[in-house]
Design a protein around this ligand. Structure first.
Ligand SMILES: Nc1ncnc2c1ncn2[C@@H]1O[C@H](COP(=O)(O)OP(=O)(O)OP(=O)(O)O)[C@@H](O)[C@H]1O
Length: 231
């Protein structure tokens, strides 16, 4: 089922007198339990498309339908609520809060997502998710004592603890070595399948495409076909 549909999305940037169209009418649909990868040369518009789809910046034209509603015409408060409760984000760097332990980072995310769980249930949820990403043994550790791969595991746990429908992952393996990159993509793939998340991934690393279900190539602000990857 398509959870997310992007239809005729355009983005024009004005730089002084010069107008530049960086997205030229993008269409795509994302399905539950699947990873869709956006690939393409630097500057082709991947991150712009991801941030518009995630409600982080407006488009010039077009629609982004999430659960049947166009997020591009919602108020900023409505979009903020959807982002906090229904979306999860992972970026190139983990961006953990340095003075919070691993468990506290996840508790904070539950607060941001306005979780209705009681504190004891929230703690159980934290334990469950840390177990899922293989980080339960480091729950009381601070970020400075974690390796790059461990930090990214915590960032992924934080991105999914509130059970988002959609996971936006922008170059999640770009700061990791090859082995850790494979570990992180295995984790993202397993979580996408077991939790039935809809995942949109931006990556430069062709080796990571074997973990995806669909590949969309971007070139000069346009998409060039949606390739289905056989399992
Ligand atoms: N706010 C902005 N103002 C001016 N130009 C912008 C802005 N945002 C993006 N661009 C331009 O739009 C184009 C697409 O940028 P975008 O970051 O989406 O590309 P990308 O495919 O994600 O690139 P990379 O792989 O290098 O991250 C680039 O030429 C970029 O310079």
């Amino acid at each position: 089922m398509a959870v997310f549909t992007v239809d005729q999305v355009r983005k024009t940037i004005t730089n002084g007198q010069v107008k530049e169209e960086i997205l030229k009418g993008i269409n795509l649909s994302l399905r539950e339990g699947e990873i869709t990868a956006l690939v393409g040369a630097s500057g082709s518009g991947k991150s712009t498309l991801l941030t518009i789809a995630a409600g982080l910046q407006p488009a010039t034209d077009g629609t982004v339908l999430f659960e049947g509603k166009n997020i591009l015409t919602m108020s900023s408060e409505q979009v903020r609520k959807i982002r906090a409760s229904k979306f999860g984000f992972v970026f190139q760097f983990a961006h953990l809060v340095p003075f919070l332990t691993v468990a506290e980072q996840l508790m904070l995310m539950l607060d941001v997502a306005e979780s209705t769980l009681k504190k004891t249930e929230q703690k159980q949820e934290v334990d469950k998710i840390l177990n899922l990403v293989g980080m339960e043994h480091r729950k009381d550790a601070y970020p400075s004592s974690l390796s790059g791969g461990e930090k990214q595991r915590v960032a992924i746990a934080r991105a999914i603890i509130h059970q988002p429908k959609v996971l936006f992952a922008d170059e999640p393996t770009a700061s990791l070595d090859s082995r850790k990159s494979h570990d992180v993509m295995t984790l993202i793939r397993d979580l996408t399948k077991t939790l039935n998340i809809t995942t949109l991934l931006v990556t430069h690393d062709e080796e990571m495409l074997s973990y995806t279900d669909h590949i969309i190539k971007m070139s000069d602000g346009r998409t060039r076909g949606q390739v289905h990857c056989p399992a």
